[in-house]
Every structure is written in C-alpha cells, then in structure tokens.
Design a protein around this ligand. Structure first.
Ligand code: ARG
Length: 265
C-alpha cells in the first residue's frame, strides 16, 4: 500500500543549539553529508513506490528537516504542532500553512505538542508520548480534533525525548519498542495492548533504531540497528537499512525526517 510522505531537504541543517542530549553545538555537523544521506532516505521511499512531497526549508530553522514534528495528519485532518522550545517555534506555522494551502482542514494547537514526534497513529488508536516535549493536555486536544482515541504514554529517559525515538508501528496493529524509555505504568499499557510486539534492546535504541518507518511490509531503519534488523527479518519484514548518522547528531533518524500524510481512513 503506497504511502504519502512529507519531507524537508536539510539545506540549512546545523547543530548550533542543544535541546536534546544528542546535540553538541561544539562538534557541529556536516551539512553536505546530511543532505546526501537525506537524499538516500528519500530515494529509498521512492524505490518502494511511495510518494514524497517536499516543503521548502527555511533558513535559520536547522531542525526543520525533522518533518515528523511538523504536524499530525489523520483522516485527512491536520493537527498542528506547537513546539516546546523557541528555537523551533516558527516551524509550526510553516508546516500548518503547507497543509492549509493545499486545502486540508487544519487545527492550530493550543497545547504544546511536536506532531508525529510524539503521536503515532495506529488503526484504532493514536499512541501519544509525554514527559519531555508534548504536553498531556495536547493528547486530549488531538483526540477531540481528530475523533480518535489517544493513549498517553510517559517517557522517562531524556535520550528518548520523543515517542518516535523509542517506538514505531510495524503496521496498524503492532509495534516495536524499547522498554527502557517508558514509565512502569506505560510499559504495562504497552504489554497489555501489544503482547506480540518486537522488543528492542539498548544497543538498537542507542543508534535510534526505533526511529524507523514501516509500511507494513518494508521497514526503513538506521543501518547500525543490527539486532533489531534481524528480529524484523525473522518476523517476515523486508529491512531497508539507511545511513543517517549526520542527522543523528541532532537527535534524529529516518522517522524524524518523515511526516506521513494520512488520507480518509
Ligand atoms: N533536534 C531536534 C529536536 O530536538 C530533533 C527532532 C527529532 N525528531 C523526531 N521526530 N524525533 O527537536
């Protein structure tokens, strides 16, 4: 089933501030290499038959490449992002306008939330992270606007500051996740909802292996996540490894660069 993704070329990518433990402004990052790696990700989606739309990058917004944070789209409705840090605040309206200009019904969020960084839509529910960026109030706001049940999960490890750094949907019904990122109560929720989930270890989490994108058959995943790739293959998924090491210096991986545009279903 072909997907529609929104991406943003990292033409202005840098690591010049630190808003998560992965970012080191002293060390910086190589923009040209980041662009080449990002092109590889885009090509991987296109080779799988998915459609990639692009939003223009804006100078001075080095994290705008992380399109997942720009909004949450479900049933063709767009719940806008409201960023936790001022460094990224201008990205919210930029992404929301992209959708509004194309005729999507949009909602400008009242509560702090970072789009698909913390909201992952499944068939029947939306899984939502809180603890570092997205507020619990935003979970309720998204549920009200989208008309879909939202399940709140609490993140406890600052390295896994967005839900999409610790968990990804394999399809509409099952997930893979790293248990160390979640509170005890949230882990019990995950075990109850997804008894058959793929459980990842610390080594795979530390290379942002959980920041992967699955279309239900193929999983686009950071190349360094070796054990997780083996587990996925054993489960019958085709694994597409990508190298996004330069973008990881900002705390992002394949999923962070990818906002899924979900239509009427
Ligand atoms: N530097 C960005 C930040 O800290 C990285 C965002 C990664 N995006 C994601 N969906 N996890 O906000």
């Amino acid at each position: 089933m072909p997907k529609h993704y929104l991406m943003c070329r990292p033409d202005f990518f840098t690591v010049e501030y630190a808003i998560n433990p992965w970012m080191d402004p002293e060390a910086g990052a190589d923009r040209d290499l980041a662009v080449r790696q990002w092109e590889g990700l885009k090509a991987a989606y296109e080779a799988l038959g998915h459609t990639v739309s692009l939003i223009d990058p804006i100078e001075g917004l080095p994290d705008m490449v992380f399109a997942a944070n720009g909004a949450l789209v479900a049933g063709g409705r767009v719940y806008g992002a409201r960023f936790a840090f001022p460094e990224r605040a201008a990205e919210g309206p930029a992404y929301l306008n992209w959708f509004a200009e194309r005729g999507f019904p949009t909602h400008e969020a009242v509560h702090v939330n970072e789009g698909e960084g913390d909201f992952l839509a499944m068939d029947d529910v939306i899984l939502a992270g809180t603890g570092f960026r997205t507020s619990r109030e935003a979970h309720g706001e998204a549920q009200e606007f989208l008309g879909r049940p939202v399940v709140s999960l609490t993140l406890v490890d600052p390295r896994y500051y967005h839900l999409d750094t610790a968990l990804f949907p394999l399809d509409g019904r099952n997930i893979a996740y790293y248990p160390g990122a979640f509170s005890e109560g949230s882990l019990r929720v995950l075990r109850r909802m997804f008894p058959d989930a793929v459980i990842a270890g610390a080594d795979d989490a530390e290379v942002l292996g959980l920041n992967a994108v699955s279309d239900g058959e193929h999983v686009v995943i950071n190349a360094e996540a070796h054990d997780l790739q083996l587990d996925l293959k054993r489960r019958g998924y085709e694994v597409i490894p990508v190298d996004l090491a330069e973008l990881r210096k900002a705390g992002g991986g394949p999923k962070c660069c990818t906002l899924e545009i979900r239509g009427e279903n």
